[in-house]
Design a protein around this ligand. Sequence first.
Ligand code: CIZ
Length: 318
Amino acid sequence: MKNLPNDVTTQELLRQIALLKQERQAVILAHNYQPPEIQDLADFTGDSLELSRIAAKTPAKVIVFCGVQFMGETAAILSPDKTVLLPVLEAGCTLADYATAERLREMKAKNPNAVVVTYVNSSAEVKAETDICCTSANAVEIVKSIDRNRPILFVPDYNLGHYAAKMAQREIILWDGCCPTHALLSTFAVAKARKKWPEAQVIMHPECKPETLELADFVGSTSGMLRYVKMQPAGTSFIVGTEVGLLHRLQKENPEKVFHVASDYLICPMMKMTTLKDVKDSLEKMQHVVKIEASVRLRAKAAVDAMLEYAGAAAKKA
Ligand code: CIZ
């Protein structure tokens, strides 16, 4: 834990957070990749979309979003009447940084008939230039839903776009971004893990590289992996190809199953920035408020709403 005076114990911090939370009428949300103590502290843990939906529905006035910038922004896009706090201002997302609104406008000018599908791991400005957002949980279905006569421009994750193109059997114009953490998972590392734990199933996130995904028994978002693992029999073991934070929740919710991280490199430094002290400071000082300019917010919301409407209609059909 960073910058903690020796006399402040974890228990004391937890006590202060509980009091401040009540005082501020706040709810604490933590992404599946956050450190274990932050996940355990949170009222809700989930992927960015699940958490943004909770943020939009909660009666709480203040939302402490323990995650990275684009996640806080997505919550603020959907909940303009609430105060969204990001405990660590510098917690960014390298993948989101690959796309700028300016570059996207240039790409749109070159591909005027294209439908822009943007992964939620993107800035509000980029979402504002988008036709429909997607998450790793619904990218394939969103791509499948697009008119076959229109080209698709998929932003900013090359690997997720490549996976969606393959699964939906569509040609997609791909961006050149990637999540550096997932991109580090090599075929060599997976082969090594399989050799070490031959009985384990390999589950992987679609942000991994195409050649690495070829080696997976199951590919899914964090929520998809949680669902898949729950359905497997007790005693099953898994090699997990995503950010190491998910293993905490996987193990907590499945104590009778065994989990191994696919590579020691699967650590997102941005996700690991949040400490208990940051959460306490965030509630105490009401920092750092996520602000989005109104015109950007409205255009970004249209792209997020288009995804939510699609997801709602798909759920009704099922
Ligand atoms: O959508 C999210 O929250 C991310 C970044 C990954 C996932 O699969 O949950």
